[in-house]
Design a protein around this ligand. Structure first.
Ligand code: PCP
Length: 506
């Protein structure tokens, strides 16, 4: 996942885009970028680092114009070099720039087609550059005369025919406006908002973003989610056109957005993330009551921060005390979205410390939103014991994460997932807890249904191994694991076989 934003305004957008990226920082800590457009020129600043470090006053002053796009990167495809930070730009036709959240599963085939048949040069390993060039090619084929929204929508129909995978996208068309669209399954979120212009009364300003939260802080009103397969074009003058650009649509947003990725105050596809997570606390409590009727839990302790809302409801439902036994250092980022296992492990100990009084002599139930690689849970169980806990029980608000993600979450290799090929007892042993309980998938569906009864099926591949877009073969998964797994990320250190085995066993 990454965070994307785009705005067409009546005054300079640079500050709004910066503020929006600050709100989206939890979706990617690796790189950030903004491109704006003014009087037929584009202005770009992108680099590795957090938003606050990438943009200095001198950069902000250079980002001129009333239209612009922004991105925070969480690397799932391509490398982590600054050159692969977004936005990407291509000069023909018109001058196009993209920000993209998601992952194309047929990027390799598309890249070959683009180079051999469409004679387009792709300069990076990023699937977002591929996506931009597919759109550019489709648009080029159609623009014999004046560019109209209809032509743009036709080009997007061409993108839908060629691109498989997850893509929430905003593309800026220099001199014309910007178009936002979402893949035919609506896997990654994209929300549309608008507000009255202060400088030009009667005019509206428009914004697209990965999460709704930023609309609040930037005073936009939410118009709604961009629908799967839909494209919305906003011209420089603020005229809006929208169209469904494919008839092969299904509404299947990613379940993991609600479990972990999104902020709790976001509403995605009409589901309030906070309510989703609190609901999971009730269902988890019911499961604990069913499985461990005579449990001897003294206290419920969340593993901050995502799990807090679930843990509180769980404690209330079980009639137990909720205590904050772990303190999170707010200056350490989200460990899951850090690239590389060694960085993530080190960061857990830097991120969390214990308040000994909350553990000493107690049977504690630790609650986390999910167990992915098991990095956090292993460390945390040990820390609870070191702090004097008598028994350490563990509850995961999500079911076992058993399969790689191919739609933009950094879980590329099945053998890195602690639940892959293991049953609950084996996972319990691996993380060192006294007992372990996972949420059922049906509870996640029930939580989502509370918020939006109209969506019947979600993108749930990390729990089920069912990849809804098609195009995900065994060969694809093996290749992904080799290219993107932790071993590949550590290849700069030339690990030998023994070190690789150590990495997984440690
Ligand atoms: C992530 C999540 C779980 C961890 C990582 C699961 O925490 O909340 O605690 O992944 P693992 O099994 O591979 O360790 P963070 O990314 O630190 O985010 P937050 O503080 O928002 O919960």
């Amino acid at each position: 996942m990454c965070g994307i934003v785009g705005a067409v305004s009546t005054s300079a957008v640079n500050q709004d885009l910066y503020d929006a990226l600050m709100v989206l920082q939890h979706r990617g800590q690796d790189a950030a970028g903004i491109m704006t457009s003014h009087a037929g020129r584009v202005y770009l600043r992108k680099a590795n680092g957090l938003v606050k470090d990438v943009f200095r006053t001198e950069h902000m002053l250079r980002l001129q114009g009333n239209m612009g796009i922004g991105h925070v990167r969480y690397p799932t495809a391509g490398s982590t070099s600054a050159a692969e930070a977004q936005p990407f730009y291509v000069n023909s036709p018109y001058g196009l720039a993209i920000v993209h959240n998601g992952n194309l599963v047929n990027a390799d085939v598309l890249k070959q087609d683009l180079m051999q048949s469409d004679h387009r040069h792709i300069n990076t390993d990023s699937d977002s550059e591929v996506l931009l060039n597919v759109f550019a090619h489709e648009l080029q084929q159609l623009t014999k005369q004046v560019l109209t929204p209809e032509i743009i929508f036709q080009a997007i129909s061409g993108v839908y025919q060629r691109c498989l995978g997850a893509y929430a996208v905003v593309i800026m068309i220099v001199g014309y406006g910007m178009v936002a669209f979402r893949d035919p399954h609506g896997i990654r979120p994209l929300i549309y908002g608008k507000r009255q212009s202060i400088t030009q009364p009667g005019r509206m300003e428009h914004c697209f973003a990965s999460e709704s939260t930023l609309f609040d802080s930037l005073h936009y009103q939410i118009v709604g989610d961009v629908k799967p397969g839909e494209a919305i074009f906003v011209s420089l003058a603020g005229e809006v056109s929208q169209q469904l650009c494919t008839d092969r649509v299904a509404y299947n947003p990613c379940l993991f957005e609600y479990v972990y990725l999104a902020r709790p105050d976001s509403v995605i596809d009409k589901i309030l993330v906070y309510q989703f997570r609190t609901f999971l606390g009730k269902t988890l409590a019911e499961k604990i009551q069913r499985q461990f009727l005579d449990h001897d839990i003294d206290v419920v302790i969340p593993i901050p921060e995502t799990s807090c809302s679930t843990a509180l409801t769980l404690a209330q439902s079980l009639g137990l005390h909720y205590r904050e036994g772990f303190v999170k250092n707010r200056y350490v980022g989200r460990t899951f979205i850090m690239p590389g296992q060694q960085t993530r492990r080190k960061s857990v100990r830097q991120k969390l410390t214990t308040i000994v009084s909350e553990f000493q002599g107690k049977n504690v139930l630790l609650v986390d939103d999910s167990i992915v690689r098991g990095t956090t849970s292993r460390e945390i169980v040990q820390m609870a014991r070191d702090a004097g806990a008598k028994k350490v029980y563990f509850a995961s608000a999500a079911p076992e994460v058993r399969y790689p993600n191919v739609y933009g979450i950094d879980m590329p290799a099945a053998n890195e997932l602690v639940a892959h090929g293991r049953n609950v007892e084996q996972i319990r042993e691996k993380i060192g807890a006294d007992w372990l309980v996972f949420q059922d998938l049906s509870a996640l569906y029930a939580a989502a249904k509370q918020g939006n009864p109209d969506i019947l099926h979600y993108e749930d591949s990390v729990f089920t191994g069912n990849y809804i877009t098609g195009g995900v073969t065994v060969d694809y998964l093996e290749n992904l694991a080799q290219l993107r797994g932790d071993i590949a990320k550590n290849s700069g250190q030339q690990l030998d076989n023994t070190q690789i085995i150590d990495l997984y066993n440690s």
